[in-house]
Ligand binder design. Structure first.
Ligand code: ATP
Ligand code: MG
Length: 261
C-alpha cells in the first residue's frame, strides 16, 4: 500500500509532510485535521486511522461534518489543516448517483477514467452490481436503485483501495435499500478494499461495519468495534446492545421503537 499512498492532501499552515506509513499499516491516516468555513471549525483536530480492507461506518447528527470529512478524503476539498494520507486509488459514491443524462450507462461508468478503457471494462463492473442488462440504457430510464448501482459500478471500475460512500442508500425505498446494503457487503468481501460509509442508519452501520464511529464536535467522539459473525442477525442480543449504545451516543432515546438516528 505504501507506494499507493500520497502525502498530505494539502495544508493551509506550512508543516513538514509526514512520512508515508509503513506498508499495509493504514488505508487512511488522518492526523490533526481541521476544516473551517468562515472561521468556524467544522472539523477540529480530528484523528482517524482505517486499516486496509476495514469496513468503517461513520454516524453523527446532521451538519456535524461527515460529508466534509468524506470530501476531504476523496481529495475534493483541499482547504485543510493537518495531515491526510489516503490511497491513490480511491472512489466515491454519493446519495444521488450523479449520472450524466446525455451519456449511456456504460459511458457514465467509464467517465473520467484514464487511458480510454473499452466498453467491456464497464460491462464487467455493471455485471458485478447486477446491472449488465442496462448497460446500453439512458440514465433517466433507470430506477433509483438501478441508478445507485450504476454509481457503484462507476466506483468499482476504479479498482479502489478505498471506497468512500456518502449515504448511498439514503434515497432508496426499504426493500431496495436492503438489497443495496447486501450488495455493498458482498462487493466489499470480494474486493477487499477499505470502505468508509457515511450513514444515518444505525442498524445499517451495525449490519455492515467492522467498526462504527460517531462524529461530534469536529472529532471522532466514540467508536464501537464489532466482532459479530457475518452475515449479521439483528435478533442477536449483542447486535441490539451495540445498536442501543450507538443510539445513546447519538442522543436518541432507546426503547421499544428504535428507528435509527
Ligand atoms: N462549502 C461550504 N461552505 C460553508 N459551510 C459549509 C460548506 N460545506 C459544509 N458547510 C457546513 O459545514 C457543516 C457540516 O456539513 P456537512 O455537509 O459535512 O454535514 P453532514 O454531517 O454531512 O450533515 P448531513 O448528515 O446532514 O449530511 C454544516 O454546518 C455545513 O453548513
Ligand atoms: Mg452529509
Amino acid at each position: 500500500m505504501a507506494t499507493d499512498v500520497h502525502g498530505p492532501v494539502t495544508t493551509t499552515r506550512k508543516e513538514k509532510p509526514a512520512p508515508p506509513p509503513a506498508a499495509n499499516a493504514s488505508a487512511v491516516r488522518v492526523q490533526g485535521l481541521s476544516r473551517r468555513f468562515d472561521g468556524r471549525a467544522v472539523i477540529d483536530g480530528l484523528e482517524l486511522d482505517v486499516r486496509p480492507g476495514e469496513f468503517v461506518a461513520l454516524l453523527g447528527r446532521s451538519g456535524c461534518g461527515k460529508s466534509t470529512l468524506l470530501r476531504i478524503l476523496a481529495g475534493l476539498d483541499r482547504e485543510i489543516e493537518g495531515t491526510v494520507l489516503v490511497p491513490r486509488r480511491k472512489a466515491v459514491a454519493f446519495q444521488s448517483p450523479r449520472l450524466m443524462p446525455w451519456k449511456k450507462v456504460w459511458r457514465n461508468v467509464l467517465l473520467g477514467l484514464p487511458g480510454k478503457p473499452g466498453r467491456p471494462v464497464a460491462d464487467k463492473a455493471l455485471d458485478e452490481v447486477g446491472l449488465g442488462h442496462r448497460s446500453d440504457a439512458w440514465p433517466k430510464t433507470l430506477s433509483g436503485g438501478e441508478a445507485q448501482r450504476a454509481s457503484l459500478a462507476r466506483a468499482l471500475v476504479r479498482e479502489p483501495d478505498l471506497l468512500l460512500l456518502d449515504e448511498p442508500f439514503g434515497a432508496l425505498d426499504a426493500l431496495t435499500r436492503i438489497k443495496a446494503q447486501r450488495l455493498v457487503g458482498e462487493l466489499w468481501q470480494r474486493r477487499g478494499c477499505a470502505v468508509l460509509l457515511v450513514t444515518h442508519d444505525v442498524e445499517e452501520a451495525v449490519l455492515l461495519a467492522d467498526r462504527v464511529l460517531v462524529m461530534d464536535d469536529g472529532v471522532i467522539a466514540h467508536e464501537a468495534h464489532l466482532d459479530l459473525p457475518r452475515p449479521r442477525d439483528i435478533a442477536d442480543p449483542e447486535f441490539a446492545r451495540v445498536r442501543g449504545e450507538l443510539l445513546e451516543r447519538l442522543g436518541v432515546e432507546t426503547g421499544a421503537q428504535d428507528t435509527g438516528a
